[in-house]
Design a protein around this ligand. Structure first.
Ligand code: MEV
Length: 318
């Protein structure tokens, strides 16, 4: 059997980091994709993972020989073989247009596409809970303590308000345009999440006030995106300031945020783990060119994002 599967990237509009502690996150699945092709072969031997970016690895039991970057995928494969008693050999090919370590949920998108493709070899319609659980096995290796927001976005698609361990609410995407500006700095979500965890230890009061404020902002933006872009944009910027207080911004991200706003954006904030990666800017048709131009001058390449309603999907099955 041969299965080809695609899953979208995501951007967090509000609620990164606070989502790890049970507060809501507003997240959109967007039009940039990863792709996984698997072939089941009727023989024994190590499973093969061939990644366009990281090279080739072989999975035997729970271990991988090959690039360390393939460990999360090896974990998804071994968890699948164990939970579904799969016998045989898997040949897996992975490619992605999602820039890694940019805050766009590249690892979650690939884990979801892989989990869905693997389960498709067993189930006609892979059950959502099984796909989520399996993809989370990869995310736990990639990010230590993932909330599941990135996996939920790649799986469900659309604009959703997600709460860890509880579920999600689907919302209508508004009329604003989301522009994503790349700082050019790679960073590790794992490091940023542990930085916030140590702030929680050291300064619990500051931590709690910041988290509840972000939570209120997230809920408000979720209601305003369809009706009041000015207010939604201001709240995004306020969210950025609170994320800076948590220690996950830096001068490059701050300058992209303020440059966007000076050029006419409604608001802007870092998106994802922070420490580098991307800035999400809310604009309309009138301010789009000016904001794009200002960010080009800062050497921050931009792309216009479109929310995609469909999450992970099968491209082909033979
Ligand atoms: C990463 O896209 C978002 C974080 O909140 C981590 C997580 O939710 O797992 C920083």
């Amino acid at each position: 059997m041969r299965v080809s599967c695609r899953a979208p990237a995501k951007v967090i509009i509000s609620g990164e980091h606070s989502v790890v502690y049970g507060y809501p996150a507003l997240v959109a699945a967007v039009n940039v994709y990863s792709k996984v092709i698997i072939e089941t072969v009727d023989e024994f031997g190590p499973h093969e993972i061939c990644s366009e970016k990281y090279g080739i690895g072989k999975v035997i039991g729970g271990a991988i020989s090959g690039p360390a970057a393939l460990k999360p995928l090896a974990k998804v494969v071994s968890a699948f073989c164990e939970s579904e008693s799969f016998r045989g050999k898997l040949k897996i090919r992975v490619s992605s247009d999602i820039p890694p370590a940019s805050g766009m949920g590249s690892s979650a998108s690939i884990s979801v596409a892989l989990a869905y493709a693997l389960l498709k070899t067993i189930y006609d319609k892979p059950p959502e809970e099984k796909v989520f659980k399996l993809a989370m096995e990869g995310e736990k290796i990639a990010h230590a303590n993932p909330s599941g927001v990135d996996v939920a976005a790649a799986l469900q698609g659309g604009l959703i308000l997600f709460v860890k361990d509880k579920g999600f609410e689907r919302l209508e995407a508004g009329s604003g345009i989301f522009l994503l500006a790349d700082s050019g700095m790679e960073r590790s979500t794992k490091e940023m999440v542990s930085k916030v965890a140590s702030l929680r230890e050291k300064e619990p009061d500051l931590f709690n006030i910041t988290m509840t404020s972000i939570s209120e902002i997230t809920n408000r933006i979720a209601r305003l995106l369809g009706s009041d872009l000015v207010e939604a944009g201001r709240l995004m910027t306020l969210n950025h300031l609170l994320l800076s207080l948590l220690g996950v911004s830096n001068s490059r991200l701050d300058s992209i945020v303020w440059t966007s706003i000076s050029a006419g954006a409604y608001g802007a904030k870092l998106t994802g783990g922070g420490g580098g990666g991307c800035v999400l800017t809310l604009v309309d048709e009138k301010s789009l060119n000016a904001v794009e131009g200002a960010l080009r001058n800062l050497n921050a390449p931009t792309r216009i994002l479109r929310t995609v309603e469909k999450g992970v999907y099968i491209e082909e099955v033979d």
